[in-house]
Design a protein around this ligand. Structure first.
Ligand code: ATP
Ligand code: MG
Length: 386
């Protein structure tokens, strides 16, 4: 029945001088989300975006992918026709017949919007005319303008688009409208969800992954890459930086107390992340920390970790339970990949009895036995873009 997908953006977010650039980004992102579908054409017409494909069997999947792009407020499978009034009426009746076969319709309403004022009939008059034709053909239905079972939208632009359904989208703000941040992406359940939540508010994210190759496997790398690809369906294309922090761990093991390992390593991770963020024009870090989840996520631990840097760290999961985080993770499709068993650098070097209430002064004393700057530089020199 449908031969095109209509996409509406949230006008309120697109006001002002950035409108053009956000629209452009959104269109690029839709194209990126649909990259596996050949022959897809994405075009703009009077403020709305349309996705057209000769392969109508792909339509449902195209809608599924497009729904995930942040900043879209509505998606409607539509029928594209010319603006000839007779043709519009004919197609609308075809659509109405199709709908009555799918569901029990007692009441309906026709809603015409005329963006192209060259169309000879006013919106109100045309809605009334089409409504009359439907009443004449389908005797058991009535018009209800307040609470209809079905609302038919006739959107007259350069072409005419007829639809009856608005599909729920992921919401959020267009990526790029909220600045840039660096996600510390570990391969676990939490950090992909954290990245998703911040990206949803319009933030352009890039990700950083720490490994301790050869103590962590190549497969652990692949897992993080896979998570990045899933996140890209929502966030658009981004970079995945990787850093080898083996030397940092070795030094900590050699010179510091075992129970301080996690806190010390985290402080190094933050310093390196801050440096990468600065150099790539990103203003904040994002982590998947959730208060009380593990030893390094107590109030005291988080305070000591954050103390290592000046850059703010966003922790969108801080007040959430693990079950709530897992629910989102399933919804966005990262869960199955996150639970693959490959070792993370932190689990390889995790102490048996990590500190739960570290003290900043004693951590700083331990750190003074290390050459912090040199270790940061050494780790930084292993930077790769995966
Ligand atoms: P996750 O489920 O995201 O792995 P977690 O519950 O395992 O989190 P931690 O290991 O304490 O918790 O990590 C807390 C946060 O620190 C992670 O959410 C992530 O943002 C960051 N982080 C931890 N390990 C790494 C890593 N190897 N590379 C990049 N970031 C990491
Ligand atoms: Mg983890």
């Amino acid at each position: 029945m449908y031969n095109i997908v209509a996409v509406s953006f949230g006008e309120i977010f697109l006001k002002g001088k950035n409108r053009g650039s956000f629209e452009h980004k959104l269109i690029e992102q839709i194209k990126f989300a649909l990259k596996e579908y050949k022959d897809v054409v994405v075009y703009k017409e009077f403020g709305k975006v349309f996705i057209e494909t000769p392969h109508l069997e792909d339509m449902d999947n195209i809608i599924e992918k497009t729904r995930k792009v942040f900043g879209i407020v509505a998606i409607s499978p539509s029928i594209k026709t010319t603006t000839d009034p007779e043709t519009i009426i004919e197609k609308t009746i075809e659509l109405f017949k199709y709908l009555t076969e799918k569901q029990d319709i007692k009441t309906f309403k026709v809603n015409t919007k005329r963006s192209d004022k060259n169309f000879p009939i006013s919106s109100m008059d045309f809605s009334a005319e089409v409504g009359g034709k439907i009443l004449a053909q389908f005797q058991s239905v009535k018009v209800d303008v307040h609470n209809p079972d079905v609302e038919i939208y006739i959107d007259i632009k350069k072409n005419c688009y007829i639809s009856s359904e608005k599909i729920k989208t992921a919401g959020g703000l267009p990526i790029g409208s909220g600045g840039r941040a660096l996600l510390l992406l570990s391969g676990g359940i939490d950090s992909p969800v954290a990245g998703y939540m911040i990206a949803k508010r319009g933030v352009e994210i890039n990700a950083l992954y720490f490994h301790t190759y050869p103590f962590t496997s190549e497969r652990a790398n692949e897992k993080v890459k896979k998570l990045k690809e899933i996140l890209e369906e929502y966030c658009g294309k981004f970079k995945l930086f990787s850093i080898n922090i083996l030397e940092v761990h070795k030094s900590i093991k050699e010179f510091c107390r075992e129970d301080e390992t996690t806190i010390l390593a985290r402080r190094f991770m933050m310093r390196i992340a801050e440096k990468i963020a600065h150099e790539n024009n990103m203003d904040m870090l994002i982590t998947g920390e959730s208060l009380g989840q593990v030893a390094s996520q107590t109030m005291k631990s988080m305070a000591v970790i954050e103390n290592a840097i000046d850059m703010p760290i966003l922790k969108p999961l801080v007040g959430m339970d693990k079950t709530e985080i897992m629910e989102i993770s399933r919804e966005i499709g990262t869960f199955e990949t996150s639970i693959l068993p490959y070792d993370d650098c932190c689990s390889v070097f995790a102490p048996k009895h990590p500190l739960i209430n570290p003290r900043l002064d004693s951590i700083q004393r331990s750190e003074s036995k290390l050459n912090v700057e040199e270790l940061v530089e050494k780790a930084y020199s292993t930077l790769e873009i995966l």
